[in-house]
Design a protein around this ligand. Structure first.
Ligand code: HEM
Length: 477
């Protein structure tokens, strides 16, 4: 059977090259996956669980769809996020996951939730984002676009998940305790994954020491806050209808009238949504605006599409936004090269063979790697490193790619539930900003990502905001 991987030694495995490449793990895996004949490698090193990493679409389909039941999140991953998420959808497997998935995907398919998402995004844009950018434009100072986008998506996901507005994008206000605690709790929870062994954080947790003590304090703030909102909402339960209380929590509360979902379970579900929906869209848009700043032709083509669509009459409507296929292609193209979730690991319950012949031993990790997949000639052709939205277009129409090839939102049964919401948010922001402003990235800025699971830009993205002249539609703020 197939076995490719980094240079390894008896006992140590690939420990030495792993340490050498620690600051560039994604790039290192990408190089190794390119060299492997089937774009799959097996990584073994002292002290770590064996991991099969793949950038092969057939293998990805096998893991995420064909043998879905053999590749759950697994106990180790669940333990890391359990204090924050409990059994919420993002952290559950089996029947617990299936039940939440069914309810949540039914709700995500309703028109009323979609309208609510559109309204929340539009309000956040007109009342906070555009005034903030206009002010930066008048002052002529740099603004950290990544920070602005993160605040935007936190406000927005809280409104959609909880029906609550933390008002993070209003920089004149003190950041809410909930937002601070949520930031800290998610940061410290994911840091657990970087511990050498889970024993390290488990001992600290048992003794309430260091980062684990900080985490416990932050979790208390997050959970108390969420519980308070849930109690308030449950008291109103009889008056709830999707029209006047359209957020996700209210929908789950309405379904929990017969005690199917208890208070803690409701809390885990909504907190899961906040975690899943907060930094991903902000990360996608940060890299998108950074790429646009060095690809003026793409920016012009997007602006033309926007102006054509607006000239056709329908202002700021969902249909207008949906119609913009080149913009959609440009966003996909940007996430192909800079996926917000760079890699994602599953746990093998039983021995298995992947379609390319790679053996997976029971108890190992299996990682699919969207970042490396976007950089494979075998998938996207020799020009795979170029940012070219046209590769998604045929005769002016967007041609979607297989989700097993473009696995940025995962694929199969657990495909991201928020992808439509993410596109609504990204497209509205892109349209509103590009129509009115030109963002100039600080020429001194070096775009580097922080070596972590999510693709944040190190030191943010400093941009200067300029008013766009002579656009066919004036910048009404
Ligand atoms: C560009 C933006 C986004 C990207 C690239 C993205 C990507 C992903 C990925 C890779 C997963 C799989 C994670 C895993 O199972 O380990 C996922 C799951 C999920 N995402 Fe997203 N996401 C985005 C935006 C959102 C938003 C805005 C929401 C909020 C509604 C959301 C809600 C979820 C949920 C609830 C899951 C768990 C689904 C399940 O396990 O059944 N995502 N997303």
């Amino acid at each position: 059977h197939n076995f490719y991987g980094p240079k390894s030694y008896p006992l140590l495995g690939c420990l030495i090259s792993f340490w050498k490449n620690q600051s560039r793990l994604c790039e290192w895996y990408t190089d190794l996956l390119r060299e492997s004949p089937t774009q799959t490698i097996t990584v073994q090193r002292l002290g770590a669980i064996t991991t099969v990493v793949t950038a092969n679409p057939e293998n990805v389909e096998h893991i995420l769809k064909t043998r879905f039941d053999n590749y759950p999140k697994g106990k180790i991953f669940k333990a890391i996020l359990h204090d924050l998420l409990g059994n919420g959808i993002f952290n559950a497997d089996g029947d617990l996951w299936r039940m939440q998935r069914k309810i949540a995907s039914d709700e995500f398919n309703t028109k009323s939730l979609r309208n609510f998402i559109v309204d929340s995004v539009q309000t956040e844009i007109t009342e906070r984002l555009l005034p903030l950018l206009l002010q930066a434009c008048q002052k002529g100072s740099f603004v950290d676009l990544q920070d602005v986008l993160r605040r935007f998506s936190f406000d927005n996901i809280c409104k959609v998940a909880f029906g609550m507005d933390p008002n993070c994008l209003d920089l004149s206000l003190r950041q809410s305790d909930f937002a601070n605690a949520f930031d800290l709790a998610s940061h410290l929870s994911s840091k657990r994954a970087l511990s050498l062994t889970s024993l390290e954080w488990r001992v600290k947790r048992a003794l309430n020491l260091g980062s684990e003590r900080l985490l416990a304090d932050a979790l208390r703030v997050v959970h108390d806050f969420a519980t308070e909102i849930i109690r308030g909402r449950s008291a109103e339960v009889n008056d709830l209808s999707p029209q006047d209380k359209p957020d996700l929590l209210s929908r789950f509360v309405a379904l929990a009238k017969d005690d199917v979902l208890d208070e803690q379970y409701l809390r885990d579900i909504v907190v899961s949504f906040v975690l899943a929906g907060r930094d991903t869209t902000a990360s996608a848009l940060t890299w998108f605006f950074w790429l646009l700043s060095s690809h003026p032709k793409v920016e012009e083509a997007i602006l033309k599409e926007i102006n054509d669509e607006y000239d056709s009459g329908l202002q700021d409507s969902y249909e207008n936004m949906k119609g913009m296929q080149y913009l959609h292609a440009a966003l996909c193209e940007s996430m192909r090269l800079y996926p917000p979730v760079r890699y994602d690991s599953k746990y093998a319950l039983e021995d298995d063979f992947l379609p390319d012949g790679t053996f997976v031993r029971k108890g190992s990790w299996v990682t699919y790697h969207p970042y490396a997949m976007g950089r494979m000639d075998s998938i996207w052709g020799a020009d795979c490193m170029e940012f070219d939205p046209d590769r998604w277009m045929e005769d002016g129409v967007l041609v979607p790619q297989s989700p097993f090839k473009f696995a940025v939102f995962q694929a199969g049964a657990r495909i991201c539930l928020g992808r439509e919401m993410a596109f609504i948010q990204m497209k509205y922001i892109a349209i509103s900003v590009i129509r009115r402003f030109r963002l100039r990235v600080d020429p001194q800025h070096k775009a580097e990502s922080i070596p972590s699971l999510s693709a944040s830009m190190k030191n943010g993205l400093p941009v200067r905001v300029e008013r766009r002249e002579a656009s066919s539609s004036p910048p009404a703020l």
